[in-house]
Design a protein around this ligand. Sequence first.
Ligand SMILES: *Cc1c(COP(=O)(O)O)cnc(C)c1O
Length: 397
Amino acid sequence: MPGFELFGDAERKEVNDVLESGVLMRYGFDGARNGHWKAKELEQELQNTLGVKYAQLTSSGTTALNVALAVLGVGAGDEVIMPTFTFVASFESILAAGATPILVDIDDTLTLDPKAVEAAITTKTKVVMPVHMCGSMADLDALKAICNKHNLILLEDACQAIGGSYKGQKLGTIGDAGCFSFDYVKTITCGEGGAMITNDPNLAINADHYTDHGHDHVGNDRGAETHPFLGYNFRISELNAAVGLAQARRLDDFVAIQRKNKKVLKEALATIPEVSFRRIPDEAGDSAGFLSFFMPTKELTDKVVAAFKTHGVDAYWNYYENDWHYVRKWNHLKDQVSLFPLSDEIVNGMQDLHTTDFSQSDDIISRNISCLIKLSWTEEQVNERATQMVAAIKSVL
Ligand SMILES: *Cc1c(COP(=O)(O)O)cnc(C)c1O
């Protein structure tokens, strides 16, 4: 991460194709578009690289989650289990569906703790939504077993882990549906964009309609299409899709670079006994977008954060004080501050997030440092970084 580091001629060529035809929309205008169908091509590319039957592009990763929840039939009164450590898009999409977000602890995988998931299941639970945070995956065997046992839907948020896999299957293809983001800072970017993937033809056709106002996309005349059900506009533009098409073709290369760079840093940090690493349920499938490690205490972690600054190490996060990614600072969610009235199901169905015990998550997140793995580093830069990280950590021990 992130793909924008390696923009080049391939991205420019795809965008120029679109600009030269002038057709910026993914549907219609067949004659004028001069054979360019960038959104369709990107969907095909994703299907091929991820090994999945259907990919539906959307305007963002957040709207991909919106679409997934809609086509999975999730709405008012349904509970969706999500982790305390994720991006705000998780609860935004659940609330947008009219459903109720139920937050549960993470474990040392930095993703959903299966035990906490099982403990949170009620008669209203409909979906378990693991988020493959910081490039690596949730414990998918355990979560799948829970979903099968309780007849729940598994929806993977793989926005930060594209190209990763679990026991040979690409992340996002293991649940009933999976979602990706192609926003500006993700491993492959469209500028703004996202995708929902699935192997279920009914979910796929409904996603195709739902993202375009419910249009049935039958025939060649958009104006004459019917609307079998209510939809929305979550379309991606051809310009955005063109950038993503060039980037998606480079996904395997990007993941290979991430793995190579991460290996150097991880091996260097592994020489320090006080450092432990995030548990990765399938190490071989790590997309390696981040290196996430733990210090033994919060105090030492804070010291390492400070020492990284003085040693010139950048692009790392301790999420404990972060208001995008961790429950502690989500005051707008805790206080249910909404511009419009939320339904009774949500208002009364949500946990009191001011008082819910997330001490397990607090302990894990407060001791975690996650470092972005960049694509543009030279070998010398990676080695220098490894040296500085080790020196910084040792300076506080
Ligand atoms: C980026 C991200 C999203 C949302 O993607 P956008 O394209 O920015 O809307 C959702 N979930 C996670 C985990 C993300 O990192």
